[in-house]
Design a protein. Structure first.
Length: 275
């Protein structure tokens, strides 16, 4: 049996073991998937416990801290400066970022085009990836944040300019105006237990043509409910979570997953979340 897992700290309740186990079944792969909490204060020692693993996923706070321990990075991992998947390739550790592909495939599944005028709320790690992917897709990007996060948003803007030679606008959430082709929520606003919160007022949400909410617990956030009532195209963050896991397995095993297979795994994961 091949061993895989997820490293982070703290991990708490994670859907990753369920998702990966269901994905293993689809290709009849004999593998296990375990959670490995590794304290940043003893990171090197914690990594030694993974020496027998064929690969693993990486989450907060280790997505950047893992990089010095790897032998090489994929193009996207290098661009983002963040790794969420590690491949043990003949004893060499290769870092990948599958969050971006999970995001792109989730949009595709929802019939949402990444392009035009994109409004991104948030400036954390996942928002940084959303920002880069939007600009790479040719979108005109506006990053909207709280006053306290303006410096972080401007760092993303600067990095986009330096790495991609493109520009992005930065504003505060209370100053958002106009119409957008896509609204992306990269913040935790609306996440359980604060389910009555929404990153923007309803009228500003309805000025957008489509909505992607990175939050997946609850499955239907207030933001998603507004989008649904307004007849907008929308997706919560669960398809991204499942697709990024699927792309990790595509890297580990050289397999390919279909949209139909992912829908089945999504149904199982949704039932677990609703318990």
């Amino acid at each position: 049996m091949k061993n895989f897992g997820l490293i982070g700290y703290p991990l708490g309740h994670s859907m990753s073991p369920l998702i990966h186990t269901e994905l293993f079944k689809l290709n009849n792969i004999d593998a296990s998937y375990t959670l490995k909490e590794i304290n940043p204060d003893c990171f090197a020692d914690g990594l030694r416990s993974l020496e027998g693993f064929c690969g693993y996923n990486v989450t907060i706070p280790h997505k950047t801290g893992i990089i010095p321990y790897l032998d090489s990075l994929s193009d996207r991992a290098e661009l983002f400066g963040a790794v969420n998947t590690v491949e043990n390739k003949d004893g060499k550790l290769v870092g990948h970022n599958t969050d971006c592909y999970g995001f792109l495939r989730a949009l595709e599944s929802a019939g949402i085009t990444l392009g035009g005028n994109v409004l991104l709320c948030g400036s954390g790690g996942v928002s940084r990836m959303f920002a880069f992917e939007s600009v790479l897709a040719g979108a005109d990007l506006t990053i909207a944040v709280r006053d306290a996060d303006l410096n972080a948003a401007n760092r993303i803007k600067k990095e986009i300019n330096e790495k991609l030679g493109k520009d992005a606008a930065v504003t505060t959430l209370d100053r958002v105006t106009g119409e957008y082709d896509l609204l992306i929520n990269g913040t935790p606003v609306g996440m359980s237990p604060n389910v009555d919160a929404c990153v923007l007022p309803e009228e500003k949400v309805l000025a957008c043509k489509a909505v992607f909410d990175a939050v997946y617990n609850p499955l239907k956030t207030k933001l998603i409910s507004i989008a649904e009532r307004g007849g907008l195209k929308y997706s919560n963050g669960l398809p991204m979570l499942v697709w990024q896991a699927a792309v990790a397995q595509e890297i580990w095993f050289g397999v390919k997953f279909t949209a139909r297979q992912i829908k089945e795994v999504l149904k199982i994961t949704e039932r677990e979340l609703e318990k």
